[in-house]
Design a protein around this ligand. Structure first.
Ligand SMILES: Cc1cc2nc3c(=O)[nH]c(=O)nc-3n(C[C@H](O)[C@H](O)[C@H](O)COP(=O)(O)OP(=O)(O)OC[C@H]3O[C@@H](n4cnc5c(N)ncnc54)[C@H](O)[C@@H]3O)c2cc1C
Length: 310
């Protein structure tokens, strides 16, 4: 409960325009602990660096809801360029996309622009043998995102597109069951948005229990799972679960955020687990940065110290 109060307070304060202006005025320096850079070249370099430690990358061009079709199409073009650049750099491109940044909810020529752009992005990724994960945003977007995910799997197969389920939502276990026929590749997370108690569990213990159930159900169904958490007790439990249920190591991976628990990322990779870091980059880093700060009280001190240093 204290966690929730803290998170709510930080997300409310960081949503204030003057706080955003103040943090942004200090420039990218503050964000660089969690964000790989402001351009795609920096992000690709970060993937190459991590690969030296046996850690894979998941590139994310930062950007959320865009209000005009022109901006959405521009954003989609940048993601397509990213796929081209990653491929040209010798990587198998793996990217994450927020559908709100490519036009979800805007209708153009009778079709949702987010879906139309996602189709182009998944098609390009597939041509390079790559993968696109549709990030999950706040709860009003869950139905439409899962519907669009289903459409994309039907069109491209489940080897090139996946999505995310958030264990803090009451609805999520039923959502996972409803996707089972697709044998979906799912990233399981706890959830990062400020959600009302009517839709999201307020207690961390419940969110954690739901997290474990989702991962285990996904594994028992024989589907690929991205165990996206820094929670060591969950990671330990998952290691035991896979051993006791004979789940092969190529059926799941651990995923963590760039700049968070690098020690644990390296340790798991050295133990022979597949590990992937989520590598955000881009100029629109503020909302992502705020959510990371909201996850851990020590991170607020890190920001305040950085601001005092100027
Ligand atoms: C690869 C990946 C992709 C994600 N994609 C999405 C998404 O699409 N939609 C969405 O809603 N959420 C997403 N998230 C965020 C997620 O929902 C959580 O907010 C975030 O992962 C923190 O929860 P946790 O599972 O690490 O557990 P927690 O219980 O929050 O944390 C466990 C421990 O991890 C460490 N830790 C956690 N966060 C931080 C931090 N920011 N800085 C330093 N230490 C930290 C702390 O030691 C903490 O005690 C993603 C997370 C990951 C790892």
């Amino acid at each position: 409960m204290i966690d929730q109060i803290y998170r709510k307070a930080v997300l409310t304060v960081s949503g204030q325009k003057f706080v955003e202006d103040l943090v942004r005025s200090r420039g990218f320096g503050l964000a660089q602990r969690f964000v790989a850079g402001e351009d795609s070249a920096s992000a690709i370099r970060a993937v190459q660096e991590l690969e030296k430690d046996g850690i894979l990358g998941n590139l994310d061009l930062l950007g959320e809801f865009v209000a005009s079709p022109e901006r959405a199409n521009e954003f989609a073009e940048k993601v397509l360029n990213l796929l081209d650049e990653a491929h040209a750099a010798g990587l198998t491109p793996y990217v994450s996309v927020k559908l709100s940044s490519v036009g979800q909810g805007q209708t153009v020529n009778g079709e949702d622009l987010g879906l139309a752009n996602a189709r182009r992005i998944v098609g390009r990724a597939k041509a390079y043998g790559g993968f696109v994960c549709l990030d999950m945003e706040d709860h009003p977007r869950v139905d439409v995102t899962l519907g669009q995910f289903r459409t994309l799997v039907n069109e491209f197969g489940n080897a090139h597109v996946g999505t995310v389920l958030q264990s803090y939502l009451y609805r999520t276990e039923a959502d996972r069951d409803s996707l089972d026929d697709l044998h979906p590749n799912l990233r399981i997370v706890k959830g990062a948005y400020l959600e009302p108690e009517t839709v999201a569990m307020p207690d961390k213990a419940d969110v954690d229990a739901s997290y474990r159930r989702l991962v285990y159900a996904q594994m028992k169904a024989g589907n690929y799972v991205n165990v996206a958490t820094h929670d060591e007790s969950i990671i330990e439990d998952v290691k035991h679960f896979v051993l006791s249920h004979g789940i092969e190591r190529d059926r799941f991976e651990f995923q963590m955020l760039y700049g968070v628990r690098r020690d644990l990322q390296r340790e798991l990779a050295a133990q022979g687990y597949r590990v992937r870091a989520y590598i955000p980059y881009g100029r629109d880093w503020y909302p992502y940065f705020s959510r990371r700060i909201a996850e851990r009280p020590a991170n607020v001190m890190f920001v305040l110290r950085g601001m005092l240093r100027g």
